[in-house]
Design a protein around this ligand. Sequence first.
Ligand code: MN
Length: 165
Amino acid sequence: MNYKLNYILPVLLCLMMGCNSKKRDGEAQQSTLIFPKGEKVTNNNFTGTVYLHTMVEGDSLNTNSVGNVTFEPGARSKWHSHPAGQILMVTDGVGYYQEEGKTKMILHKGDVIKCQPNVAHWHGASADTAFVQVAITGREKGPTVWMEAVTDSIYLSKENNKPGI
Ligand code: MN
């Protein structure tokens, strides 16, 4: 009898407390998602696991493409630049943004970044928390220019939270 209770009680408690639905701390919670997570990115432009849902495809009249990008913890883009610039709007999690020659910035939900045209930069999740951004990218001046991967030493460099950096 005692043996059975010792086994059954923890299982019952676990089910009552929702142990099965508990997610990893760094994972973006489904309830907070605004736009669909999309499909896993399979190209070589990112380090780690990244998902993309394309919401708007640019056309000849409005060239902006709009994508919802989810970076799992540790994931980031390679260095790159956008010939017509880019706007990033953070919708969830904790992430980083860094322009060449500047200090890495830490980003939170509600932050907005305007990347100037042809300025090399990278963006991605923090090491232990996922990051979700809406990216609006002008295409009228040509496609994104991709460069080298962001090394671990740059990725883990000290951030600066002062505005305007
Ligand atoms: Mn970018």
